[in-house]
Design a protein around this ligand. Structure first.
Ligand code: ADP
Length: 615
């Protein structure tokens, strides 16, 4: 109990620390708006009571005028300050979701690729974001609760100040003398506390039912998030239309949704949650009724005048309301516990990959030698060897082709080379040193890669190629030309400033898969790294464009070491050496001419199967 309380306080402190870092202004504005907001109603209650007392008593017009002017002046000034800070705070508060997304993405980007690739982690992030979006639970709720709690504390302090004189005032009529005893004050305050605790417990129960539902609603929410964005997705547009996916998807959503008419939420609101809300409300009303009764009785007993009755009723009602808010906020903290835990679980995901500290020697002569030494690899959570005792040395300046059937381990080999994963057994060396020992960024500066599933960005062409907003336009032009992309075509009206896709610019151009591949190749060339790695780089090109890339491949690659992955053997003939992968093993190695002569081996089998298409 004590441990979990300490943990809850720790997590909330950490969450407030995060918001303080992300948005310090928001918390400062919150404090100002809460303090002025707390004083505001009591200023009204206090001066109204004074005015009524004056009206019921001396009726001095000068005193009355001064009281009214004071009331107006103080209320206007406080109101102005209150609204100024409240508006500023609300604007900041509304940006929390956006900031949360930033916090989550930042963590995601800092994680080992292996973790990002993991479905469990992906799922965690999605859930955190969804719960914050749908019900505010999680990091966002901490600010809402803080607001509620501060408001309640300020309200309680104000109310107590205005009620002190209620207990001090003495009833004079003999039947009401019992109201003068300290015991009355204790029972009175305890009664208020009792009623409000009861009301807030009831509300908390209702809230827990809804929170539980939001936990279970994950699937429905996920379906909804996916569906809501789907209609606008360019890549899916054709399939959505041809296969009429929206009604099917909406059907799935309707079946699993938890919000709206006829859903479980609806049933709860009309049933248990509704009854609980009514019960909480009734408890509050009952408490107010008793307060009215006791305050009026004490006035009737001669303790104070009519003006003070307004003050005490106002103050005691506010006291009970704020106590309830305070307890409600504590309930909210408890409900939010699990959601915060989930968030910090993700934010604390450790990176297990060893981070080296060596720098890579910068060489203009591209003399970098890479060697796979007895490397085996299983994907995390599996025990199937996707690479099995692979030994391979890249000779400097050579063009190496890696071929093999789909699933034989070619892309995995590249992922290991790029240190997206570390080998399960064996080691990969750069100039004789295990690649783990280098700083990752330094190590990767040696490679330019075009992944099979590369992505371009909805940015201008030049920025895509340079992967930067600032770039050397001549170099970009040169790389695009080498990759076979025509910048001067009619479609590229603004040259390198032409936006790709229509996401960010209505005049952006939608380009074909083949054109995308050429731009991705130019992007790799612009990096000017010693190694050029191309994973199926011509898969989306038509045969003529493919032939063009091959014929200029030597020019494209220059003196770099190139690794070229393909399952189309005809495209590898120009390479100095061909390595054949089969079920994770290197089964053959040599030039095309050497390999094609070994008629009982894998390469010949693949070649014969494909040759008829190229005859
Ligand atoms: P290729 O590039 O030769 O087509 P891959 O390297 O992509 O082959 O895949 C080799 C094997 O590893 C395949 O059986 C594939 O299913 C498996 N594989 C690829 N990626 C993952 C992953 N993230 N988790 C588990 N298995 C994977």
């Amino acid at each position: 109990m004590l441990h979990s309380m300490r943990e809850t306080i720790g997590m909330n402190k950490r969450a407030i620390g995060i918001w303080w870092r992300e948005s310090p202004g928001m918390l400062v504005e919150l404090i100002f708006y809460v303090i002025t907001g707390a004083v505001l109603p009591y200023a009204g209650i206090y001066f109204s009571a004074q005015i009524i007392t004056e009206l019921a008593g001396a009726k001095n017009p000068v005193v009355l005028r001064n009281l009214v002017l004071l009331l107006l002046g103080i209320e206007s000034l406080l109101g102005l300050i209150y609204h100024y800070f409240k508006n500023r705070y609300t604007v900041e508060r509304n940006r929390m979701l956006e900031k949360l997304r930033y916090i989550l993405s930042e963590k995601m980007l800092s994680l080992d690729f292996e973790k990002v690739d993991d479905a469990v982690i992906q799922d965690k992030v999605l859930q955190i974001e969804q719960i914050n979006r749908w019900s505010r639970f999680g990091l966002c709720m901490v600010v809402f609760t803080l607001e509620r709690m501060l408001q309640a504390i300020a309200g309680i302090a104000g109310a107590l100040m205005l009620t002190v004189s209620f207990f001090q005032a003495k009833a004079v009529k003999s039947a009401f003398l019992w109201m003068n005893s300290p015991l009355f004050a204790i029972v009175f305050l305890a009664g208020i506390l009792g009623f409000t605790t009861l009301a807030s417990r009831i509300v908390e129960r209702a809230q827990n039912m809804i929170a539980e539902l939001s936990e279970r609603a994950t699937f429905g929410n996920r379906v909804w998030s996916f569906m809501a964005g789907m209609a606008g997705e360019r890549e899916r547009e054709q399939d959505i239309r041809v296969y009429e996916q929206i009604p099917a998807a909406m059907g799935l959503y309707e079946k699993n949704k938890v919000w709206g008419i006829g859903t479980e939420m609806d049933r709860l609101e009309k049933g248990k949650v509704g009854v609980l809300a009514a019960a909480a409300n009734m408890t509050e009303r009952l408490c107010s009724g008793l307060v009215y009764l006791l305050v009026c009785l004490k006035a009737y007993g001669g303790a104070f005048g009519i003006g003070a009755v307004t003050q005490y009723i106002g103050a005691v009602t506010a006291l009970s309301h704020n106590l309830e808010e305070f307890l409600g906020a504590i309930g909210e903290v408890n409900t939010n516990r699990e959601f915060l835990k989930k968030t910090f679980d993700f934010l604390d995901t450790p990176n297990d990959m060893y981070q080296g500290s060596l720098t890579v020697e910068k060489r203009n002569d591209c003399q970098y030698e890479v060697e796979f030494k007895d490397v085996s690899f299983c994907y995390p959570g599996t025990d199937r060897k996707v690479l099995d005792h692979v030994n391979l040395k890249f000779r400097i300046g050579e063009k190496l082709a890696i071929v093999g059937e789909n699933g034989s381990g070619k892309s995995t080999f590249i992922k290991l080379l790029c240190r997206l994963y570390d080998p399960t057994e064996g080691e990969i060396l750069l100039n004789g040193i295990n690649i783990k020992k280098y700083k990752y960024k330094e190590y990767m500066s040696v490679f330019s890669v075009v992944f099979q599933d590369f992505k371009l960005f909805a940015l201008p062409l030049g920025q895509n190629v340079a992967a930067s907003t600032e770039y050397d336009a001549d170099k970009v032009q040169e790389c695009l030309k080498l990759a076979g992309f025509d910048v001067h075509s009619d479609r590229m009206k603004k040259g390198l400033d032409t936006w790709l896709y229509k996401d960010c610019d209505a005049d952006g151009v939608n380009i074909s898969g083949g054109e995308e591949q050429k731009i991705a190749l130019a992007r790799a060339l612009y990096q000017n790294a010693a190694f050029l790695i191309l994973d199926e780089p011509t898969a989306a090109l038509d045969p003529i464009a493919e032939a063009e890339v091959y014929s200029s491949f030597n020019e494209i690659v220059g003196d770099r070491t190139a690794v070229y992955i393909s399952h189309r053997l005809s495209s590898c003939r120009f390479c100095d050496e061909i390595v054949v992968f089969d079920r994770g093993r290197i089964v053959q190695q040599g030039t095309h001419e050497e390999l094609v002569e070994q008629t009982n081996c894998k390469y010949y089998e693949l070649w014969s199967a494909q040759a008829k298409y190229y005859a």
